[in-house]
Structure formats: C-alpha cells, structure tokens
Design a protein around this ligand. Structure first.
Ligand SMILES: [Zn+2]
Ligand SMILES: [Zn+2]
Length: 389
C-alpha cells in the first residue's frame, strides 16, 4: 500500500517551486505560453507521452501503467485573471494587472505532483492516466476546444477528476458533494429601445433608462411569479450602458448580466419567464426590450456513483473529507461531465493562522502551500484506485 501523503510531502519543494513560478508570471487565457512550457518540461522529465493537440497553450500528457487497462483523466486549468495583485509575498505576481487569484497555479502543481507519484509507481498500476492541462477556463472556451479536439478519446477516457482551491476550507480538508456543486451560468443581454428626448420633457420621450431600473426591480422579485424560493437562482447585472448627457433621454439602453441556477429543470423554466417579464415591464414604460441568452455553461454536477467512489478512495487517508454545499460559481469542468462521469472536489487552501482567508478572485487571495501536498496525494490516490477498481 502506497502512502501517497507521505510521498507527496517529500515533493513539497518542487510543488512550491512550480506553483511560485506560475504565480510570479501569470498569463491570461489562451496566452499561457510560459505555463505550457513549464508543464511540458515536467511531463517530459517524467517520461510522459505529450499528445499534440493543435493549440499554442495547454498540454495533454499520457502516463502508462505496467499493464493495459482503463484510462482516467486528471484535469487542471492553467490560466490567471486580469487583476492587480495586492499581496506582499516575495513570490507575488511580477506582471502588472494579471494575477493567479483563482488558484489555478496550485491546480497545475497538484496535477504535476500526482503525475510524479503515479510515474514513480507505474509498475503497480494498469491502464493509462491522461493529464489534461486546460487553457482558458476563466475566459471560457478552453474545455470546449479540448473536447472538440477529442481529448476524451484516443485512448477513451472513462472518468475524469479535478480539484479546485477553496480558501473557505482549511488545509487538510477535501470538500466533496454528490449532485450539484456549482451553478449553470447563462449570459443575458438586454436591449431596451425607447425614443430620445429632452430630460425636461419626459412625456415627449420614451425613457429606456427608467425601463431598465424597473426591469432590475422586477427581476429581483421573480420568485413572486412562480419560482420556488427554495430553488436557487441568481440574476445579476454587471454592465448597463445608455445615454450621453444628463439632460438627454437616450434612444436605447443595453444591459449585460448573468443568470445562475443549480437545477437544470429550473433553468429551463426560468429563462423564458425572464424574457417574458422583461418584455412586459418594458412595454409598461412605452419601450421595447429584447432579451437574449448568448452563452450557456452547464452546472457542475457530481454523479452519485463516482462521488461515492471518491469518498471510499479518500476515506481513512490523511485528507479530512468535508461535505460541501453548492455555490453559484461556475466552472467549465461541467462540459467534461456532460461527456463522461467526472467529479470536481474542493481542495482546502485556507489557513487562518497564516492570514490566508481571502476569497477566490480577490486581489489578496493566496493559497496555503501546505495544501499542495494534500492535493497531489488526493489526485494520485483517486487515479490509482480508479484504475485498480
Ligand atoms: Zn475563477
Ligand atoms: Zn478557477
């Protein structure tokens, strides 16, 4: 029996080195050139076969066990965020306005660490481990492109696992949930068309700014219109554009927002209701509004069977298992789950004593590097046990 936790602790210097390399030189989605080089060097060093996948960034590697068997995939996303880091650590971002604030630097370190442990013990397992280093998670499109280029075939992948850093969970914990863990995300775009006029003569115009305010209010109260208040749905707008001067009622207002739902059935019911309500409220103000939903990311839903396997595999190890509640964040790992069974787990990276409590996407986010060994061991154990199962 391999003690993955014991062995992962010995990798601590290299895991920290990899994580800090990425952290200091973060790269936005589709531009992860340096990260790709680092990953390919490490894969090469382990004797992994590097699969050409036809894009500048991201990498896919294959590790072979001693005998033929199934294929399991470990996925890490590699991109950073357009955010100025406000930490003072010596390894803080050296690139202005770009930061690993979602912990993807840690995801890469853990997946490479797991690859090191699995390569070390290749004689003891059968089958294939596919290491998927995905570009462009934050911008969207990375998982889509990989899937479109057959990353789940040749050889056929039967299951996929990934970790995501979670600063609200202390180091040493792995958060697991059966069912919906993260929300579906639908982009919503609204165009409200009115009739321009003088601000002093609103009765001669049709005011799309007034209509936009009413639409926001109406959407906030959507549960009065047949949405079960116990079912989670969030509608937020991050952008409203309209107008040129304080005394001109403009012709049009544009709004851009996000709709988050956990249950696919709720989403199906909700979108037409939202579109309908927007049209009705706009009409009440003498304006016209059209709503469109240009992009959809499905919810992260961990299937019960494979989540149960994770529970059994990690039980009795050094990782403390925590039951996780769903959150309204999104992750394009969901796209892999739509093709094959897959589980996304939280990796606890919070540490109060070290002051590491800032949330994901905060300019003060930092992860507890002690968690890297936990993530490494957990991924290695999951892959090893799955191939053994
Ligand atoms: Zn993120
Ligand atoms: Zn993320």
């Amino acid at each position: 029996m391999i003690d993955f936790w014991q062995e992962a602790r010995l990798l601590r210097p290299i895991l920290t080195h990899i994580r800090r390399e990425l952290h200091q030189y973060p790269e936005l989605g589709w531009r992860e050139i340096r990260a790709t080089q680092l990953i390919e060097e490490q894969l090469h060093r382990l004797g992994a076969q590097i699969v050409p996948w036809g894009s500048m960034t991201g990498a896919v590697g294959l590790l072979q066990g001693a005998r033929p068997g199934r294929t399991v995939a470990l996925r890490a996303d590699i991109d950073a965020l357009p955010l100025e880091e406000h930490n003072v650590a010596p390894y803080r971002s050296q690139r202005k306005g770009i930061m690993h604030a979602c912990g993807h630097d840690g995801h890469v370190a853990c997946a490479l660490g797991a690859a090191m442990l699995l390569a070390e013990h290749a004689r003891l397992w059968r089958g294939t481990v596919k290491l998927i280093f995905q570009p462009a998670e934050e911008t969207g499109g990375g998982a889509e492109l990989l899937i479109g280029r057959d990353v789940l075939h040749n050889p056929e992948v039967s299951a996929i696992f990934a970790l995501h850093c979670q600063p609200e969970l202390p180091t040493g914990y792995i958060g697991l949930r059966e069912g919906a863990l993260m929300a579906a995300n639908d982009f919503i775009d609204i165009t409200i068309t009115g009739k321009s006029g003088h601000g002093a003569l609103p009765h001669r115009a049709r005011d799309p700014i007034a209509a936009s305010a009413a639409i926001l209010q109406a959407l906030a109260n959507l549960h009065f219109r047949g949405i079960d208040p116990l079912q989670a749905a969030v509608i937020s707008f991050g952008k409203i554009n309209g107008g040129t001067a304080r005394n001109i009622i403009p012709n049009a207002v544009e709004m851009e927002g996000t709709i988050r739902t956990l249950e696919p059935a709720l989403r199906t019911a909700l979108l037409p209701q939202v579109a309908d309500l927007i049209g009705q409220v706009a009409a009440a103000y003498g304006t016209e509004a059209t709503a469109s939903f240009p992009r959809h990311f499905p919810a992260v839903i961990n299937p019960a069977g494979l989540a149960g396997f994770c529970r059994r595999s990690l039980a009795g190890t050094e990782a403390k298992l925590a039951a996780s509640e769903p959150v309204m964040l999104t992750e394009d790992f969901a796209l892999f789950q739509q093709k094959i069974p897959g589980v996304l787990l939280w990796l606890g990276v919070g540490n109060r004593e070290k002051g590491l409590t800032h949330p994901l996407h905060s300019d003060r986010f930092d992860l507890d590097e002690d968690a890297l060994a936990f993530g490494t061991a957990a991924l290695a154990k999951l892959a090893f046990d799955y191939l053994d199962d």
